[in-house]
Structures are given as C-alpha cells and as structure tokens.
Design a protein around this ligand. Structure first.
Ligand SMILES: [Zn+2]
Length: 308
C-alpha cells in the first residue's frame, strides 16, 4: 500500500499521521512530547526509527513526507528562530529527514500547512482561500490562484503583523499597532484591561483574582456581562476591518477562522462579517464567505503537512 506522511512539529508535541495514498483520513498516528528531545537530530532519529518500523511491519510504500513547524521556511528547509522550540536558532529540518529517507520531503510553516488542510475541505473550485488561526497570536495562510503565497523569501502571509492602528499597542515583533495585538486570545485580554481603566469596575471580570484569559471573558459574555460582550464586538469589528483590507489584495472566495478564539463562534463571527461588509470595497461585497472551521484541530496539522 502506498502512503504519505505528515509531521506536525509544535512547541508541546510532535504529531505524525500516515495517510493512505490520496485519502485525507489518517490511517495511523503517533505523538511525541517535544521536550523529550534535547536536540533536533535526536528527534529526527527517533521519528525515523519509528517510521521505518511501521513501513516494514505493515508493508507500506512511502511516497512522500511533509513536515510543518513554526517559523518553517520552505525555501531553506529550516526552522528559523522559533520562540517555542529549544533546538537552536537554525534547525535544518528538511536536510535531517532527507538523510534518513529517499522519498521527496516537503517542508513549510505550520500556518501554511493548516491552510492546505482546511482548503482541502472546501469545494475544489475555490482557488482563492485564506485561513486565519486565532490563538496566542494571529496566524494566516493565503492561497491565491490555487497556490500558497510564499513571497520572495518564504515569509508572506503575516497578516497578524499588518499594522491596523498607527502608534497602537506594542507587539512582540517590536512594532506598534499590529493586528494580533487586538485580534488574538492575548489581544482580547489586552482590550479588557484597557477598558477596565476607562470604564471602571462595571464588569464581573474586574474583580477576578486569577490571571484573566480570553476564556474568562467569553464566559462572562455568556452570563450577560456587557463589557465582555463589547470586547467580542470590538474584536470582531477589528478583524472584519483587516479582512476587508485583505480582500482588496487577493479577493478570497472563502476565509475560514480557526484556533482557540474562534470557538467564540457567532459572537466573533457576526461582528466580523458585519464589519467586513461595511468596510469592504463595494465591488467586493458579498463575494467572500467568512466562516468558522469545523475541522478537528488535532488533525489539521498532520493532514496539512501531508498535503505539502
Ligand atoms: Zn507585530
């Protein structure tokens, strides 16, 4: 049986899926703790041993391997300066795997891999597609004319660092006003803290003694807290505004929202769509479907990697 393998390297775990030929259903999967490996070569050796065992014992013919990692550069085949991985600044991941296997090895960053996975679930006629991942930060992958947009050096698609507010909030990248400082799990918490200062203790969140999270704000909103609901309204409006700008560049037929914050569902989606419709260039209005992902986030990484 012919198979392809997807490997999703993350800060917490490394997930691997074996897929049968053209199927998108995982046939065998495995998981390792990232912290279990002190060096990248040790990690690659352990995974290669496991893969080779499976190939032999189950009589599988390996066609290709796809690998996704944070800060993965598809051009160089390296993980470059990934904040959540402790294997050095530059990790030549593709070369390490290529030394173990003869088959083609494809490598890209995790946001692009997830985009391919989510895109594979859409109508095959959709050639212009965007996936937005709303977690600690805001990640994006852009498909234009049926191809992932990589840019000249592999760094395209950094929608999270598009500046939407001149002299706005300080971002982890060192600049001010980036979209992800507003629209992300941490952005939502920053909005709450800013509003406490301005609006005082009118919210149940104000008296919370533990460190505030986006989830707390979401739960307060469900309990009818007005400030919490204003925060989600503001977050969605800000996202819609940024997506309207994005639509003017690549005009996606579909934009899918994934990641932890997207679990706020309609409370995030409705203000996003409303603001998008108001802000977008009139000729682009009603041409883009914005929706929330319903793909299992655990599958997205390995499936996407296997599709690279
Ligand atoms: Zn930034």
């Amino acid at each position: 049986m012919k198979v392809r393998i997807g490997i999703d390297i993350g800060g917490t775990s490394i997930k691997l899926g074996i897929f049968q030929d053209a199927s998108n259903q995982v046939f065998l999967h495995q998981k390792w703790s990232t912290a279990a490996f002190e060096t990248a070569p040790a990690m690659v050796t352990a995974i290669a041993v496991w893969i080779k065992q499976q190939l032999t014992s189950q009589d599988l013919a390996l066609e290709k391997i796809g690998i996704a990692a944070p800060n993965g550069n598809y051009q160089t085949g390296q993980i470059e300066f990934a904040a959540n991985l402790n294997w050095g600044d530059i990790v030549p991941i593709r070369a390490l795997f290529q030394a173990e296997f003869d088959c083609p090895i494809h490598f890209d960053n995790d946001a692009n891999a997830a985009t391919l996975a989510e895109w594979s679930m859409t109508d095959p006629k959709v050639e212009d597609f965007v996936l937005i991942t709303l977690g600690t930060g805001l990640g994006a992958g852009i498909i234009s004319n049926g191809k992932l947009v990589h840019g000249a050096n592999g760094f395209a698609g950094e929608l999270g660092h598009v500046i939407i507010e001149k002299n706005g909030r300080l971002c982890g990248c060192g600049r001010r006003g980036c979209l992800e400082t507003y629209v992300s799990a941490t952005g939502v918490v920053r909005t709450a803290k800013e509003r406490f200062t301005k609006q005082g203790n009118t919210s149940i969140l104000f008296n919370q003694t533990t460190e505030l999270t986006a989830r707390d704000i979401y739960e307060a909103m469900l309990q009818g807290d007005r400030l919490a609901s204003e925060i989600f309204q503001f977050t969605g409006e800000t996202l819609g505004f940024a997506l309207a700008n994005l639509a003017a560049i690549t005009q996606p037929a579909q934009i899918v929202l994934a990641g932890g914050l997207s679990r706020a569902g309609k409370y995030l989606l409705e203000p996003t769509i409303q603001s998008f419709q108001v802000q977008v260039l009139p000729i682009l209005r009603d041409k883009t479907i914005i929706k929330i992902s319903n793909t299992d986030p655990n599958q997205l990484g390995i499936l996407g990697a296997s599709l690279l």
